[in-house]
Design a protein around this ligand. Sequence first.
Ligand code: MRU
Length: 343
Amino acid sequence: MIETLRWTDKGVEMIDQTRLPHVEEFVLCRDYQEVATAIRDMIIRGAPAIGVAAAMGVALGAQQAGDDTFDSEFAEICATLAATRPTAVNLFWGIERMKRLRESMSGQPLAAVRARLVAEAQIIHDEDIAINRRIGAHGAPLVPDGKTVLTHCNAGALATAGYGTALGVIRAAVEAGKKIDVFADETRPFLQGSRLTVWELQKDGIDTTLITDNMAGHFLRSGRIGCVVVGADRIAGNGDVANKIGTYSVAVLAKENGIPFYVAAPISTLDLTLDTGDKIPIEERAASEVTAMFGHKVAPEGTKVKNPAFDVTPNRYVSAIITERGVARAPFEKSLRELVEGK
Ligand code: MRU
């Protein structure tokens, strides 16, 4: 299985997702600032992976914080990591979990605190893989046999600690013996679909076809797509889903053509503090991501640009939300709350 990131004695190592698919290189973040930069620059990306990286960043910062200034430095570490990307709620979830652990150990020797923070970050990492396997097990029965699954962006091993959410569902369906293939939207402007999803599915030997984003409607109408499965960056209490820009268009086209639209995400992606998706902060990224493709300019100088990194799909387009605790369907206010409360 692809290793997205790992804790080492020297710091946090992560596969550089800006260089894939042609260069498979691990970068070493030696301090928490380098982890923050890696998240901001999308060396590591994808909601669950960001959450794990942030937790490791907190643990790394805590190793290097001075004894006399530990708690003020700890607060600064958490604030710096939290300021990297605004939409994926897993980032804040990971940091909060580390903060709670530190608070629960107040008064204990700092050596013990530091050791527990490292252990906790590794637990979060390992739990994420187990969670994705459970998401896969819940989702696989929903995937129609003998058809094509369309996905958008990369919600795979690379977007998590391993196995993936949406791609976890696809992997589990293949492992269950279903004869499926995948259509991957290329996902402009950052090309997570062509660079990352195709790369990791090819490694697994899963039959994958790359399409540009504007081809999705054509194929959703063609009859060959059995379902759409995507990940999520944040899901509001009513089941509105923030995910990579372009997801909303795919969801509308899926509904128009009677094709189920599934969202696969861990419980940590739910944000029940928000009643609707309108309140989800949407990250706006640099214009250069749109006006240039990997250093090559594709628009005239002075072009005005909008570059929202995510959009919100209203709950009426979502057929089901697949989590590690089970599958939620409308009305999502009730079904999501029940999953969170463990009913
Ligand atoms: O900007 P990115 O690449 O971090 O966006 C990633 C996505 O939108 C994914 O679909 C989402 O985080 C789910 S990953 C399991």
